[in-house]
Write a protein that binds this ligand. Structure first.
Ligand SMILES: [Zn+2]
Length: 306
């Protein structure tokens, strides 16, 4: 039963009652005023009859007043329903925009996934004359829209993670320097700076001051964050395609294991912890479990490099 029907029904019921009541009054009061007057004339109870007629009139007025109130309530309720209907129209437009966005993202990402269907029919707000909307229709419209938003939301979040992974791939090859500085020691055989003699240097050293920002060279996930023997405070980032980068001797670590990091994002503050003669950034690149010369990557220009 719609809201309007309910109101109409109760108004009908009230009107029936009112007319019954009016009949009753007419029967026992107004219809036979003569008889009543004749019987009761001079008894002083004429006041009572007068009161009955007055009561009749006041009851009629009351019924009319109640009907007016019901009408006003009904109009108020309908106004609210119409306002909600307008809001529904806005939400439907919003849903259309979301779908268009999803469609565009799918096209840009060239995602051939069958699970994305942004072309499902969508309820469109009418352009015809404005009419009162039954509440039931409004309810079903809202429920439908709700389901639609939920479906779109799920699709968009899957889409977002797919696009993120794709960008991760593009941006996951080490291709920028971990600190805005210059190289003080290269990869390969060199004289050990502490013990003397020959030693193999598995990374590149960059000049740094304590507290200088150390940045991720590519997108990835932090796979180690803590102390490592000889390396001091160390962060390692897994870039997901066989590459892992290591940043050592930091004074402070700013990312925990499992953190998602973007290329160029600060991950630590430079320092001189571990086996170190002074503040610097020791940077390693590992590919499929073996340390490689980072220089080959640093010389690459990433298309995403700022
Ligand atoms: Zn080093």
């Amino acid at each position: 039963m719609t809201y309007t029907n309910m109101l109409d029904k109760s108004r009908e019921a009230l009107a029936t009652q009112a007319s019954r009541f009016a009949n009753f009054l007419a029967h026992h009061g107004a219809r036979r005023p003569g008889v009543a007057s004749a019987l009761l004339l001079g008894t002083g109870l004429a006041v009572g009859i007068g009161g009955g007629i007055a009561g009749n009139l006041s009851l009629r007025a009351q019924v009319e007043q109640q009907q007016a109130q019901i009408e006003a309530t009904r109009a108020d309720a309908q106004r609210e329903i119409n306002a909600l209907a307008a809001r529904l129209g806005e939400l439907q437009a919003e849903a259309n925009r979301l779908n268009a966005l999803g469609e565009r993202l799918t096209r840009i990402g060239q995602l051939q996934d069958g699970e994305f269907d942004f072309n499902k029919p969508v309820g469109v707000g009418g352009t015809g004359e404005v009419e009162d909307m039954p509440k039931a229709e409004l309810d079903s419209g809202l429920a439908q829209l709700d389901a639609q938003f939920e479906a779109s939301g799920e699709q968009l979040s899957v889409l977002e993670s797919l696009l993120f992974n794709r960008q991760l791939d593009m941006n996951a090859v080490p291709s920028r320097e971990p600190i805005d500085s210059y190289i003080t020691s290269n990869y390969g055989g060199r004289a050990d700076p502490i013990r003397g003699g020959r030693a193999f240097h598995k990374g590149i050293d960059f000049e740094a001051d304590v507290g200088d920002p150390v940045m991720a060279v590519a997108d990835g996930v932090v796979s180690f964050s803590g102390r490592r023997s000889g390396y001091g405070n160390t962060i390692e980032i897994d870039h997901g395609n066989g590459y892992v980068t290591r940043y050592a001797h930091n004074s402070r670590l700013e990312r925990k294991v499992g953190s998602l990091v973007r290329a160029g994002q600060e991950i630590a503050k430079a320092g001189s912890t571990g086996r170190s003669t002074g503040a610097h950034v020791h940077f390693e690149v590992w590919k499929n479990g073996a340390a490689v010369n980072p220089k080959q990557f640093l010389q690459q220009q990433s298309p995403l490099r700022g």
